[in-house]
Design a protein around this ligand. Structure first.
Ligand code: URA
Length: 230
């Protein structure tokens, strides 16, 4: 990986700030001053910025636009994992703050901070997740109302908690839930006899998927985004 990219992945510097820091002589690589921004580094390379070691990154937070075909797990023998989309030097400390099915798309949060992800996924925190849903059959007003009030999922004794549902078109809606049961959205629509054919997560808590991120792209969260998510 290039030095400028490495530096921005292990510090809070943007890529262009990292380039400026390197050109300004603020960076040492393996004990020597280095001004070449494209110099190649590996995880073992010792990189020092302003006299400080950069090998031990602090907690890291990313938003990713997950495309179809990727699983949100840290290791899967059969499918590529969404972590493969992150061009980071160190990924073994990263995990997902909430999963998306292999065929679903949209906002996925990835972090090395277990306390932060706990705030997002812990059932008691009731973090809101909004999904754009495409359906096989038209959604009736009656079914929409049932989904808002709570439906019984197959093999579960408790109905779902109240949800927000906005009908966008005959077969399209926005659904906001504050639980995270297994395949919840698909099972909610199955409970009213419909079928999800497209599922895209638009937001988690107060964070919306950045519209500048194409499927497969990701970026770091700003400090403010990290703080406001829940
Ligand atoms: N609900 C689902 O059914 N699938 C997801 O990926 C997320 C929520």
């Amino acid at each position: 990986m290039r030095l400028d990219k490495y530096l921005s992945s292990v510090t809070r510097l943007s890529r262009s700030q990292a380039q400026k820091a390197i050109r300004a002589g603020r960076v040492q690589v393996d004990g020597e001053a280095e001004k070449n921004t494209s110099r190649s580094v590996v995880p073992e390379t010792r990189v020092i910025l302003d006299g400080n070691e950069t090998g031990q990154p602090g907690p890291r937070y990313f938003m990713l636009h997950k495309p179809q075909g990727y699983v949100c797990s840290t290791g899967d023998p059969q499918h590529p994992t969404a972590l493969d989309l992150l061009d980071e030097v160190i990924t073994d400390d990263l995990h997902f703050a909430g999963r998306l099915d292999i065929d679903a798309t949209g906002l996925v949060l990835v972090t090395s901070d277990g306390q932060w992800s706990h705030r997002i996924v812990a059932p008691g925190r009731k973090c809101r997740k909004c999904y754009r849903v495409s359906l096989a059959d038209p959604l009736t007003d009656l079914d929409a109302e049932k989904l808002r009030q709570g439906v019984l999922l197959r093999n579960e004794p408790q109905p779902t908690q109240s949800a927000e549902l906005e009908i966008l078109a005959e077969r399209n809606c926005l659904l906001t839930i504050s639980e995270g049961r297994y395949h919840q959205v698909k099972r909610m629509f199955a409970a009213v006899g419909n079928r999800v054919v497209g599922l895209h997560r638009v937001s988690i808590g107060n964070l919306e998927l950045d519209e500048n991120l194409a499927p497969g792209a990701y970026r770091r969260l700003s400090l403010q985004e990290v703080e406001v998510v829940t």
